[in-house]
Design a protein around this ligand. Sequence first.
Ligand code: MEV
Length: 330
Amino acid sequence: MTVASAPGKVYLFGEHAVVYGEPAVPCAIERRATVRATKRDDERIRVQANDLSINGFSVEYTEGATEESAEFDVPHPLVEAAVGYVDGAIEQVRDVLDASVGFTVTIESDIPLGAGLGSSAAVVVAAIDAATREVGIELSPEEIADRAYQVEYDVQDGQASRADTFCSAMGGAVRVEGDDCQQIGDTPRLPFVIGYDGGAGDTGELVAGVRSVRETYGFADETVSSIGDLVRTGEAALLDGDLQELGRLMNFNHGLLSALGVSSRSLDSMVWATREAGAMGAKLTGAGGGGCIVALDPSPASGTALQYTPGCESTFRAELAHEGVRVEQP
Ligand code: MEV
């Protein structure tokens, strides 16, 4: 058995616009998906997920998951999504090996599923690393990022950026613009506070929704470009260590994402609760529709305010994860 883990992430700036070639700055956070991969004697894939901040499920199949073969006690769309990502990861491993090997894959994760914290990217990145190492191959984090991106691209019907997978594989704060992916070296300490509404958004649907709004309304195309401008300004603030300016820009970014239709009542409530508590800024993170917001606040005030915000299920502080994918047990 080989065990690897990879971090989740928050978007400081730029989700959705990054799908159209604008830059984005995601930051890896110390919440990890851990994947155990054991090579099997047959070609089957067994996926077990015992702790995904949901009840867990277990699925075994040869080619894709069928309802008959699956036993689960969590909502089907979440299971299908998780299995789709693991399936894609194993396809990548088979491509590396040029052989149809089978694996038992066990997932544990403290990143809520579909909540904007990069759970799927972390699972795919960790699964590719664990399964390739299990058969004696060590891929570079860059190659894992590239292969994990292919998986997200397929699962999200060709509407994915490299941001989530590159960030999870490399760790730290990164900058992604189209195919150009770079790590950002020196960042100030970023006092992230997360608010989670207990819900999830369907990334594929949300990305498709933005695409349709952008195709229908000229303003939406300009909104996407404005997010790109904002990210470029934000990068300079990040390098200057100007947290107040970063917060202001996060607020603008949330407004622009709302204009694209990807916020929700609970996300807006959590954003406003932290702003009123004195956060430097706050925005939704990831695809939106439900899930998490990220606020910048070195004080405990935002966390306390979130605890009393209707619609907020949990809140925690997130530290930047300097390490990306890593082997936990060779
Ligand atoms: C989802 O975490 C981020 C999006 O920008 C989609 C993507 O970049 O693939 C909404």
